[in-house]
Design a protein. Sequence first.
Length: 259
Amino acid sequence: MTDELAKRTLAAAAIARAAGELQRKFFADRASIGMTFKGPQDYLTVADGAVEKLVMGLIREAFPKDEVLGEETGGSKDTRALWVIDPIDGTANFANGIAHFCISIAYMHEGEAEIGAIYDPMRDEMFLARRGKFATCNGRPMKVTAVDDLKRAQIELGWSTRRPVEAYTGMIERTVKAGASFRRAGSGALGIAYVADGRADGYVELHINSWDCLAGIVMTREAGGRVNDFLGEGGIEKGAPVLCANPALYEPIRKLAGL
Ligand code: IPD
Ligand code: CA
């Protein structure tokens, strides 16, 4: 399987790059993106579907026996050989002309998240990780921060309408009162990649779907970070909370989030 995983790691990066190129083309011509809504604050563009179609097609062509699960078209939840895809993470940014979005691709083998590829086409940054092997940004090894004091911490607090408002505002209040700085940049996948790359001390969201966070989870772990048991909490089946942080701040952030 080692060779098979190595093959899939290379493929994940190549497919993420191809998807990023297509994202960039749509983004350059905002009239082409065709913005609609799946629900309140839940953006959908024509580009999401087009990128997912491209990614699914490339994966099926290269690995016809593998299963796929995508944000827009769904798919299998059989984690024996499963690709988990978010065609555009940060769709609200993308749709509003803000250059902070990415493609996220994870690969699972026998129930284990093995590979994560997150590509930011506007900054040309490829975050790539393989479990037990490496986590890199454009080929440079990534490492989580060593910050151990909330008063110096930078934490991203992910938000969606899938959890009650009070749960989110409570988390913000506790974070600010603890002296930490918080942000919400609108892409869970990039937010978690930034934890792996030491650009934030933690990312937490009270409910997130597997396509938003699985690739990031692989890279945070490999970059020395600590991550909650997202898969054990039903992350593939129905989404779950996610907490990715440097090891020193994992517990303090867990308390701020009320997890
Ligand atoms: C969303 C983004 C957002 C996160 C949400 C996701 P989308 O995905 O990752 O940052 O907070 O939970 O649903 O809609 O941009 O693909
Ligand atoms: Ca997403």
